[in-house]
Design a binder for this molecule. Structure first.
Ligand code: BES
Ligand code: ZN
Length: 611
């Protein structure tokens, strides 16, 4: 009997009529001299194969050998990149006889692996030892290992990472032990920073995860315990600051467990990454990766940690079936994040956060004017690289939709629905229709009343989208307008208003588009923005200033572009610089200077913008 090939995920060659991987075992040598991982990936099937081809995702992998679990060689084909779908990587087809229980692939990653950033010692806080980290979401796990790289194929895994003895590996998994290793690592090009001796760190991940949550970092890392099951990790010199900034994690955990049910992943740790980390945070299971730009010194940006913690339920426990339903991950998580923030910091704070989100959403909807289909919650991304269409739409429109449902159902009933939904679909990967079925069962009539079809499949924002409100919002908006085009307040006036960091962020991000360069300079002086530690504040101002063509913004903009690799900051600054012919060349020069320090994902995204 022949079955039709069946691809359910637009971003994977996996054919789920074939054998499915249920467990992965990695045994890899982490070689800083060649910037490669080399070794084996064993894929253990959930049931013996029926016989025939098995399709896997790969990107840039050099594959030397494929066998079954009993070391019998199997024939394989590594297909060329497909024209127009290069972003998918290369399909690897293995011919497996009936009864095959799994595959062992021997391979080496490429030095340009899209998930990996290899940092020289100078790019770390300590400046003495190199660092490596992965970022697998959206579709980069395939550059680390040959996999069925779709969230439809959840896997448990084991991993052995052989690393330079001076460093340690951390994974989004349970740490078992460090073993002696006889492997001698090459030291070429590392200028004597490493001895060449190695050790093997061994991990086990018993909870089944979608492959995009595979994660590791290798570096000079130290730990500060918050409780018996929660800790902050960072390079030693960053650790005290990180430990202080994130002290509220146990409180967040208490709030989250109250709202969403018991935490299912054993430990919860946060790892503060080097500045080049391309995102604010990444919800790797048991081990959130966080940008050091959250260390504002005033705990004003910890909502990002609340967000990544919330993913332990929304995203990691209940996962989108593919990027078409990405809003199930991010919209739910923004909703959950703001509930945690409300529980620990109060409603006013969470409403300001929501107002800021809504203001970003309005900007984003404007930018998608030429691609309005990307403003739907439920998307069709066949032929589209998910990194190319990453935006705040699934986050903030998704948030507003769930908030609308909460409004209609009432909080108590909505909370019960949420807990039931998380329980019903735990450790599963689901579509928007699965969500709708559960919604109909738990809260009959609410989807209809909310006009869910328009929210999910319509473009832009429905007219009845909820409006966040906080007592000071009107005043803050009036202040934005006044700063942009009215009479400037004096220092005493400002003092009496006493803006919190998030309020100032909102005021700056809502400055009218017409705000002049001269005005931008005055605003900078008024708030002493150049001296702010928070990149959120500096970038909110720089974006407005560059839009206005403020010449004095070029030097501080360049400094930001060299200081961080977080795309949330890089994109608006390069976008504004590229908009004006007189600064586009400047943008290209800064990019040439800075991009050696950016993660491959950030580099690729920005190159497209600066073409
Ligand atoms: N999972 C995302 C980051 C991500 C999304 C990486 C898609 C790659 C592809 C993470 O949870 C996230 O949303 N981070 C935000 C945090 C914010 C919304 C609070 C970020 O990085 O800014
Ligand atoms: Zn998220």
């Amino acid at each position: 009997m022949t079955t039709m090939p069946k691809r359910l995920d637009p971003h994977s060659y996996a054919d789920l009529t074939q054998a499915r991987t249920g467990r992965v075992e990695l045994d890899l040598l982490v070689d800083f001299a060649t910037r490669t991982l080399a070794g084996t990936a064993s894929l253990v099937f959930t049931a013996p194969a029926a016989g025939g081809p098995i399709d896997l995702d790969t990107r840039g992998l050099a594959i030397t050998r494929v066998t079954d679990l009993g070391q019998q060689l199997l024939p394989f084909t590594l297909h060329p990149l497909e024209a127009g779908a290069e972003f998918l990587g290369q399909r690897l087809t293995v011919d497996a006889p009936a009864g095959t229980r799994g595959l062992i692939v021997t391979y080496r990653t490429s030095p340009d692996a899209s998930a990996l950033q290899w940092l020289n010692p100078e790019q770390t806080a300590g400046k003495k030892l190199p660092f490596l980290f992965s970022q697998c979401q959206a579709i980069h796990a395939r550059s680390v290992a040959p996999l069925q790289d779709t969230p439809l194929a959840r896997v448990t895994y084991a991993a052995k990472l052989t690393v330079p003895k001076e460093l340690r590996a951390l994974m989004g998994a349970g740490f078992l032990r460090r073993e002696e290793s006889a492997a001698q690592l090459s030291r070429d090009g590392l200028a004597g920073t490493l001895s060449g001796a190695s050790a093997t760190d061994v991990f086990e991940m018993p909870q089944p995860i979608p492959p995009y949550l595979l994660a590791f970092a290798v570096g000079d890392l130290a730990k500060h315990d918050l409780t018996a099951r929660m800790a902050v990790w960072a390079e030693p010199s960053v650790l005290p600051k990180a430990a202080w900034e994130f002290e509220e994690i146990p409180e967040m955990m208490r709030a989250a467990e109250g709202l969403f049910g018991a935490y299912d992943w054993d430990r919860y740790d946060v790892l503060v990454m080097p500045p080049s980390f391309p995102y604010g945070g990444m919800e790797n299971p048991r081990l959130t990766f966080a940008t050091p730009s959250l260390l504002a010194g005033d705990r004003s940006l910890v909502n990002v940690i609340a967000h990544e913690l919330a993913h332990a339920w929304t995203g990691n426990l209940v996962t989108n079936a593919s990027a078409n339903d990405f809003w199930l991950n991010e919209g739910f998580t923004v909703y959950a994040e703001r509930r945690i923030v409300e529980a620990i910091a109060g409603r006013e704070r969470s409403e300001l956060q929501a107002a800021l989100g809504r203001s970003h959403l309005a900007d984003e909807l404007g930018r998608f004017a030429s691609r309005p289909e990307m403003t739907r919650l439920r998307t069709s991304l066949w032929g589209v690289d998910p990194d190319d269409v990453y935006s705040s739409v699934p986050y903030e429109k998704g948030y507003l939709f769930l908030r609308r449902l909460e409004e209609l159902a009432g909080r108590e009933k909505f909370d019960a629905f949420l807990k039931g939904y998380l329980k019903r679909f735990r450790f599963q990967s689901i579509t928007t229709d699965d969500f709708l079925d559960e919604l109909h069962k738990a809260l009959p009539g609410v989807a209809h009343e909310a006009n869910a079809a328009e929210w999910l499949d319509g473009q832009g924002l429905p007219g009845d989208a909820p409006l966040p409100h906080a007592p000071r919002l009107l005043m803050l908006r009036a202040l934005s307008k006044q700063l942009g085009e009215g009479e400037l307040p004096d220092a005493a006036e400002l003092q009496s208003v006493a803006l919190s960091p998030i309020e100032l962020q909102l005021v700056l991000s809502e400055l009218p588009a017409e705000t002049s360069a001269l005005r931008c300079e005055a605003i900078e002086k008024l708030f002493e923005l150049g001296k702010k530690q928070s990149l959120e504040l500096r970038v909110a101002w720089l974006e407005a200033a560059l839009r206005a063509g403020t010449e004095s913004a070029l030097v501080p903009a360049r400094a930001v572009l060299l200081e961080t690799g977080r795309m949330k900051f890089l994109k608006p600054l390069y976008r504004q610089l590229a908009r004006r012919p007189e600064t586009k060349e400047f943008a290209r020069r800064v990019f040439a200077e800075a991009s050696g320090g950016y993660h491959p994902i950030a580099k690729a995204g920005l190159e497209a913008m600066l073409k």
